[in-house]
Design a protein around this ligand. Structure first.
Ligand SMILES: Nc1ncnc2c1ncn2[C@@H]1O[C@H](COP(=O)(O)OP(=O)(O)O)[C@@H](O)[C@H]1O
Ligand SMILES: [Mg+2]
Length: 503
């Protein structure tokens, strides 16, 4: 009496197939689970035993052995319950065995037999499709995300009893339906509500248009946090492929809002500086994405940058360079994609008033140096736009709000991104991620622009890396201005955003 059902396990963002084999044999009554199960899977026995009793099929008083294959794949999470329960019923001849082979079964069981949602359902259904299965049965609460996958039948179930009835031919499980995400983020600030600070506003527009990293530096109360909070309102929408990638990260993190099929807005993450390194980088077992991966294709806003732990700041290097984040835990490496735009904000010195006309700052040069060194070096090398904000005192408040609204700016940002895509043909990288080589092709300079760049490079001691960043920013400025070529004006403006030390 052997029966088999299909399940799957998460490895990073991907799901791998797992076969659940159940054998019922003569012997002392037992319910054993073998095949490298982690602790969370072992608890499955208790839940499955109780849920089966609830639907009127108590475990047979025999020796029941459950094997999860292949043995060399780590299995974790509670998503195997449904497959174990159904394979057990099939082995006991309570449910037809042959039908089980066509379906992926996903879901955790409660002691009463209700089906609970699990993480990573999108990846699991994609895996079932890849294996050519007829369909997948998922918990009702995961139905919206599972419905995104085309070309496979996806059914939603609320309880084990419904699934049993479905396989006995007595009940039609409903087909999973897609749901649109119409939620809005109430915390978004409109650019039209920001007074003055034209340079900073311009820098954020450039950042959104080309995915360039920004550092806002200025005194407390200068509007740094306020400005960063305008970003969600000016970011371009996600493409469909980007949406699927972002959704699968939130699905694996267990953070997909209930009933949402696809995340359609660019992520905007703003972890507090007291957040743990695991919270920022990711971790746990199975590994969950942290803030860095949750910001994929969107913005990671780090307010009060020097207050973050050194470990957290250090962990930003890999993603800023490679566009991904690697988590190592008990010798297992997991990689998540993490191509985000970084927006950092900081005071210029510990008291915050260095360079302020009021002359209140009493920080010694040494203290200022030490404060800034927390974020200097590799992290600063990856900033494209340095913005020094004047204090928002009397000067700013005397100005009437005069800037464009977020929706005007967003329209320009979208047009600039469209120009980038049209140029890039098959590759879909924004200017901020172009390699020096592709940049040479798309940002050919006039001779005056070249001369200006080399003079500035000499005077400001720009490294080759910094010059690449100037070129990327200049390309985006030209795109915002709907210009084919990068001219001297574009280079001049881009160079203006280069200085970390200025006041
Ligand atoms: N340029 C500005 N336009 C409109 N309001 C501003 C501006 N700068 C500061 N404020 C107001 O002052 C408050 C403090 O600004 P905040 O963004 O928190 O400053 P920072 O982060 O630089 O310390 C904000 O709530 C905002 O209402
Ligand atoms: Mg602030």
């Amino acid at each position: 009496m052997l029966a088999m059902a299909h399940a799957s396990t998460l490895v990073g963002l991907e799901a791998l197939p797992v076969q659940v084999e159940v054998d019922i044999a003569r012997g002392l009554p037992a319910f054993d689970l073998v095949g490298l199960p982690e602790a969370s899977v072992r608890e499955s026995r208790m839940r499955v035993r109780s849920a089966l009793e609830q639907v009127g099929f108590p475990l047979p008083t025999r020796r029941v052995t459950v094997n999860l294959a292949p043995a060399d794949v780590r299995k974790n999470g509670a998503g195997f319950d449904l497959a174990i329960a159904m394979a057990t019923l099939a082995a006991a001849k309570e449910s037809p065995e042959d039908l089980l082979r066509d379906w992926l079964l996903v879901g955790e069981l409660s002691l009463t037999g209700a089906l609970r949602p699990v993480r990573g359902v999108l990846a699991k259904v994609l895996c079932a499709r890849k294996q050519g299965m007829r369909g997948a049965i998922v918990p009702s609460e995961n139905a919206a995300e599972a419905a995104v996958v085309n070309g496979i039948e996806v059914r939603a179930a609320g309880t084990l009893a419904e699934v049993v009835a479905f396989f006995q031919g007595n009940f039609a499980l409903p087909t999973a339906e897609r749901v649109c995400d119409h939620s809005t983020d109430p915390a978004v600030i409109d650019l039209a509500d920001v007074r003055g600070q034209h340079t900073a506003r311009r820098a954020l527009e450039i950042s959104a248009a080309g995915s360039h990293n920004v550092l806002l530096m200025g005194p407390p109360g200068g509007g740094k946090t306020l400005l960063a909070r305008t970003m969600p309102g000016i970011l371009p929408p996600l493409s469909f492929d980007e949406s699927v990638e972002v959704t699968s990260i939130y699905s694996v993190a267990g953070m997909l809002p209930n009933g949402v099929s696809l995340i359609e807005r660019r992520p905007y993450r703003h972890p507090h500086h007291t957040a743990s390194t695991v919270g920022i980088v990711g971790g746990g077992d199975p590994p969950r994405p942290g803030e860095i991966a949750l910001a994929h294709h969107g913005v990671l806003f780090l307010d009060e940058l020097p207050e973050f732990s050194r470990d957290a700041l250090e962990a930003l290097r890999e993603p800023l360079e490679e566009g991904m984040v690697t988590i190592v835990r008990s010798r297992v490496r997991t990689t998540f994609p993490a191509r985000f735009t970084m927006i950092g904000a900081m005071n210029p010195c510990p008291c915050g008033y260095q360079g302020d006309p009021s002359d209140k700052c009493e920080c010694s040069d040494e203290r200022v140096r030490r404060y800034r060194s927390k974020v200097s070096g590799p992290l600063m090398d990856r900033v494209d736009l340095f913005v020094h904000l004047p204090s928002s005192s009397a000067m700013v408040y005397s100005e009437a709000p005069d800037g464009p609204t977020s929706s005007d700016v967003r329209a320009r940002v979208i047009a600039a991104r469209d120009r980038q895509h049209a140029r890039a043909e098959n590759q879909n990288e924004p200017n901020g991620r172009l390699s020096p080589r592709s940049l040479r092709d798309v940002a050919a300079l006039s001779s005056e622009a070249k001369a200006l760049l080399s003079t500035a490079a000499d005077r400001m001691g720009l490294s080759a890396r910094a010059m690449t960043r100037v070129l990327r920013v200049a390309r985006t400025i030209a795109d915002l201005e709907e210009e084919q070529r990068v001219s001297m004006n574009h280079i001049a403006e881009a160079i203006g955003y280069r200085s970390f030390s200025g006041g």
